[in-house]
Write a protein of this length. Structure first.
Length: 76
């Protein structure tokens, strides 16, 4: 069984290496004159329908109507 897994892993690595070898890689560099790009602060505003729109796409909500966000399982 172990030998079979080893052969499969080697085949996957070989096929991946061949596939990546065909990719044309080109790096692009962007020069930005301003390092800290900010926006002007303004008075906060409540947009009509925002809460309804957000809650409409929330996967889970509690009894009070607040949405439940999960932290990443890798963070701990």
């Amino acid at each position: 069984m172990e030998e079979k897994l080893k052969r499969q892993a080697e085949r996957v690595l070989r096929e991946l290496s061949e596939a990546l070898g065909e990719i044309d890689l080109e790096e692009t560099y962007y020069v930005v004159d301003e390092i800290n790009i900010t926006r002007d602060d303004s008075k906060p505003e409540v947009k009509r329908g925002f809460r309804k729109a957000v809650l409409g796409i929330a996967p889970k909500r509690d009894e009070e109507g607040y949405y439940i966000a999960e932290t990443g399982g890798w963070v701990a």
